[in-house]
Design a protein around this ligand. Structure first.
Ligand SMILES: NC(=O)c1ccc[n+]([C@@H]2O[C@H](COP(=O)([O-])OP(=O)(O)OC[C@H]3O[C@@H](n4cnc5c(N)ncnc54)[C@H](OP(=O)(O)O)[C@@H]3O)[C@@H](O)[C@H]2O)c1
Length: 403
């Protein structure tokens, strides 16, 4: 983020705030704490060095002065914890956050988090002229904004407004999680294989946010899907998960162990009308042996799109897949696509939100993490750490209360 954005949230402002009385005013069901001079009190999960989230993150308080010109003050409503956020904190993600001293720290810091929805609570005249107003909900146009915070300063180019029609009937968690995972699934399904109604695709990581989005979008568009999940020791919960994904529109759900078992090719033929209906697209966010096994089920000339690396294993491709089957291997990164195709991304967001409204797209389950005025940094950081471990019921999403 441009450092100028932070200029009015600088140390002098924070110092001023300490001397100025705070007053809390009720706004609808919430209270906003502002200083007598309109400075917003803000808190952010920040890092000054890359590393393990539990050791590098801390909660930082600062203030934001009243906006003018094209500046807008945002109050966050919901911000998810995505795997990419963790990779970014660890310093292993290609898109880096901006480190700055403008939030009143001695060392340069960055605010964690890339996705979220915020409400405009104050704005300068230039921002108004660009069509924004108080109360608008906005999502971020690109990565690196720093969304794990109660408030932020932003310019119009950094955000994309959810018009009234897009926002209607949409919850904060739905709006705060629409721009990355559903858009990734949307474009991978649309952008590579020109699937037609009745065509098959196969994917691993089927229980991830992207995977669930692909199941639902695919089902809505008439595509059939084979979905691979991680095997669970608890077979009852594995069955429950399979059923849940089928309720969302998955045609077939198998575990990674079942995918690698003997006879899987014959099984796949059974699912696909004796092999007459080709599997033309694979979506891979896992890699390792299970991804290679998935590629073996593809038809000639199919497309195999890699968008994640959850197993931390490399992707190994037998030469025969390239030579004899001419399978096309691609990578996809929603940040790059969103920046080069902003209108297409807006359309994807609008289409997904419309599906949500019609009850055709279910974004959950979400593990909501309340972030209120009294919430301690340790509690928030512990929740971030939780997302790194074990089998999770749902994505962690910070939901901001009174802050
Ligand atoms: N390239 C892009 O533009 C883009 C955009 C969005 C996301 N992504 C990537 O997509 C992937 C999923 O993201 P998300 O936000 O949808 O995830 P998410 O909802 O947080 O879920 C994570 C998923 O990863 C699975 N998983 C965790 N560790 C694994 C392992 N060792 N082996 C296999 N699977 C494992 C989990 O399986 P269980 O269900 O068994 O727990 C879960 O389904 C991540 O790699 C993320 O970086 C990429």
């Amino acid at each position: 983020m441009a450092s100028s954005l932070f200029a009015r949230a600088s140390r002098p402002a924070a110092q001023c705030l300490r001397q100025r009385p705070l007053r809390c005013i009720p706004i609808l069901s919430q209270q906003r704490c502002i200083s007598a001079y309109g400075y917003e009190q803000a808190k952010a999960l920040i890092l000054s060095d890359y590393g393990d989230p539990s050791s590098v993150l801390s909660l930082h308080s600062h203030s934001i002065s009243p906006p003018h010109g094209d500046l807008m003050t945002l109050r966050f409503i919901a911000s998810p914890i995505n795997p990419a956020d963790i990779n970014q904190i660890q310093g292993v993600y290609p898109s880096k956050p901006t480190f700055t001293t403008s939030l009143g720290t001695a060392k340069p810091i960055a605010v964690a988090g890339n996705e979220g929805v915020a409400k405009i609570i104050n704005l300068g005249d230039k921002a108004k002229k660009e069509g924004f107003q108080k109360g608008d909900w906005v999502i971020m146009t690109g990565p690196g904004f720093g969304t794990w915070r109660t408030h932020a300063s932003a310019t119009p180019s950094q955000v994309f407004k959810l018009d009234e029609s897009m926002r209607e009937g949409i919850s904060p968690v739905q709006a705060g999680t629409v721009s990355i995972n559903p858009c990734t699934a949307y474009q991978m399904l649309k952008g590579f294989a020109s699937l037609q109604k009745g065509d098959w695709f196969i994917q691993n990581g089927a229980n991830s946010g992207v995977g669930r989005a692909a199941i639902q979008l695919g089902s809505e568009w008439g595509y059939k899907s084979i979905n691979i999940i991680r095997e669970r020791e608890d077979k009852a919960s594995e069955e429950k998960l399979k059923e849940r994904l089928k309720e969302m529109g998955a045609d077939v759900v198998i575990t990674d162990a079942e995918l690698q078992s003997q006879g899987i090719k014959d099984q796949a033929k059974e699912w696909t009308n004796g092999g007459r209906d080709p599997i033309r697209l694979a979506l891979n966010c896992v890699n390792g042996k299970a991804a290679t096994a998935m590629a073996k089920l593809l038809d000639s000339n199919a497309h195999f799109v890699t968008y994640g690396a959850m197993s931390k294993q490399p992707l190994t491709i037998p030469a025969s897949m390239l030579i004899f089957k001419d399978i096309h291997f691609h990578g996809f990164w929603v940040s790059r696509w969103g920046q080069s195709h902003p209108q297409d991304k807006k359309s994807a967001v609008a289409e997904v939100l419309e599906m949500v409204r019609r009850g055709k797209f279910w974004d959950g389950p979400a593990d909501t993490i309340q972030w209120g005025r009294e919430t301690k940094g340790e509690e928030l950081i512990a929740k971030v750490k939780d997302t790194l471990e074990g089998y999770r019921e749902g994505k962690g999403v910070f939901v901001f209360g009174e802050t």
